[in-house]
Design a protein around this ligand. Structure first.
Ligand code: AMP
Length: 180
């Protein structure tokens, strides 16, 4: 159910997030969320709303995707009383790790997690800033499931509704605070 508070938050986010054309390459319209972080009250409403959307899901671990998923994921974990687990780009984690590769438009990328970070029986919530093609979130789900977690859903600040993320995340609970 969409409440008036949700609508007000979506409107405030839409007014605050900046569009940067042709960044980081021609044809990409980059969503710059840094102005949300500069507004303490709006930043708090954003992470509180993401936590509230999964209040009933008995989340034990919040998994933030490098790097903007860390900014939003860590406060969500604290609000939920859950562990925060960074899902990192290759070569950043120092100890034994699990790696999941995924396709990009050109080439591949990967996410990694420390092998001991998510135990069997974990109930994982994945947090990122933007859902575009859904490839990154789908890789995060596969990684968490390979570690034995149940993935309760994916929470993002923005979804780009003209891109096919729904196809990649079918059957998953997705919460996005504002659609473009
Ligand atoms: P995707 O895997 O295509 O869903 O892309 C999602 C990842 O790429 C997220 O981690 C976002 O931070 C980043 N991303 C994709 N498109 C945009 C965009 N238009 N503006 C900002 N970040 C984006």
């Amino acid at each position: 159910m969409v409440t008036p508070d949700d609508q007000a938050l979506a409107g405030d986010l839409a007014r605050t997030i900046l569009d940067v054309p042709d960044f980081p390459k021609p044809g990409i319209r980059f969503k710059d969320l840094t102005p949300v972080l500069h507004d303490a009250a709006l930043f708090l409403r954003t992470t509180t709303a993401l936590a509230a959307a999964f209040r009933e899901a008995r989340v034990s671990h919040v998994l933030g995707i490098e790097s903007r998923g860390f900014i939003f994921g860590a406060p969500v974990a604290q609000a939920m009383g859950a562990a925060f687990v960074p899902l990192r780009k290759p070569g950043k984690l120092p100890r034994d790790r699990v790696t999941e590769r995924y396709e990009l438009e050109y080439g591949t990328d990967a996410l990694e997690v420390h092998r001991d970070a998510i135990g069997a029986g974990a109930r994982a919530l994945i947090i990122d800033d933007v859902l575009a093609t859904g490839g990154t979130a789908a890789a995060a789900i596969r990684l968490a499931e390979r570690c034995g977690a149940t993935v309760v859903g994916v929470g993002v600040v923005i979804d780009l509704s003209f891109l096919p993320w729904r196809d990649r995340l079918q059957g998953r609970m997705i919460t996005s605070l504002v659609s473009f």
